[in-house]
Design a protein around this ligand. Sequence first.
Ligand SMILES: C[S@@+](CC[C@H](N)C(=O)[O-])C[C@H]1O[C@@H](n2cnc3c(N)ncnc32)[C@H](O)[C@@H]1O
Length: 303
Amino acid sequence: MAPPVPLVRHLSRFPAWPRPFDPDAELDWSDPAFSRRLLAEHLDQAHDGASRRRTLIERHVTRLRQLLPDPPAHVLDAGCGPGLYAVGLAELGYRVDGIDVGPAVIRHARKEARASGVARLTHFEVGDVRNLPLEPRYDAVLLIYYVLENLTAPRQAAALRRLAASLRPGGRLIAEFRLRPDQLPGRLSAWEVADGSLLGKRRQLLLSDSVFDRTRNLFILREVAIFPGGRVAVQQTTSRLLRFEEIPVAFARAGMRVTHTFDGWTRYPGSPLCDSLVVVGEPEPGSPPTSTRRAGSRPPASG
Ligand SMILES: C[S@@+](CC[C@H](N)C(=O)[O-])C[C@H]1O[C@@H](n2cnc3c(N)ncnc32)[C@H](O)[C@@H]1O
């Protein structure tokens, strides 16, 4: 008889109800092996999982062109993943720096820029939004596809302060926030036999358990993969979502004011009923650090 799957040994530190940002289980986005597996998901054109499909990204880049100052403004794509937005913007003449904690996605972003002939307009490096230098270097900073939500509230606040500090006066932050996950409040658990997942490429029994805690506005997804032979891999991602009314407060604490809020990538104004928001903010005059306003700045098109 086959030996029992050693679930208890592997899961002994896995509590019955998920703990937010559990250090024993929470995903390390900078892990090179995970970054390689995630890259495949980013580039997969069958779903909009890690990055959106290229056709959708092209539409978003067109919209960003309306929200950004004119090229050749200097843009930071923070949490750029494989650089699909960044390269699209460089093709429009922007100078784009991209940072991401994942080494494999950064390698891909460089390759993507070379293949598109925009390597000289781009610079990609492994970096964490929490450690950005406090230098007002950018005309615009992008946070695309909910990059901040995997940080705890204090870390989100610290990252926003750094992002604000990296903007020149007259610059703008364009940040995408998810107001709710694709799940009603409560818990949803499921299993399936999968040919691969972010936990590994082989056939596996994949168990998932997700909790949307509406009171604390936390969404926690735990996945357990059991591979043939009994190896078990576990992973948790905690998403700390901001409420609609929290966003201007978070921006103000970071020294910025919200100038526009849109219903996702549409031109319609955002509201608490939206699933996601694209928020434009700019440094409050007088908030440190300061330097001269860049020529060519213009307000984003809102209508
Ligand atoms: C949902 S993906 C979006 C990627 C990209 N913006 C896009 O839309 O194609 C989120 C990205 O944020 C990165 N990330 C997560 N935490 C980060 C951090 N603290 N600093 C920089 N990047 C981070 C992840 O590695 C991942 O590539």
